[in-house]
Write a new protein. Sequence first.
Length: 151
Amino acid sequence: MRKSFSGAHRTIELDPAQARREYLDSIINSDFVLAPKGDGNYSNRFLKTLCMGRIPVLSDTDTVLPLESHIDYDSLMVRVSMKNVKDTPKLVREWYDKHSEKEWQAAQHKAREVFETKLRIDSYFDYFFTVILPTLPTSPITTEPSQVSRI
């Protein structure tokens, strides 16, 4: 039990290396990992959880996940809308109960695979430039700020 949850060097209550080890150990030793948003509408814990082949429980605050149109996230995570956040334990249990042991292990392996093949920084850029970019419509290059198209 700690007085605070800060990982910031100026406010952390223990050795940062120890805090990092405990953080990673808590993920690897869990079946499900809560992944609430951080300062922005994003959760680094979400990616760490996938990296370690665990099942994230995303408190969904209209979060836009990377490559969401290319990854079936709902097959490897529990998504809980904020309006149902009080039902999180029930929703996690339902997700767990509908999977056999074999399906559970497959979801964990898929979480790791998705991270390795699409979300790890080098894989992300490789996937983006080889799969997504070629499918985007081309437009003339312009330097006018109002004419710059957004991806």
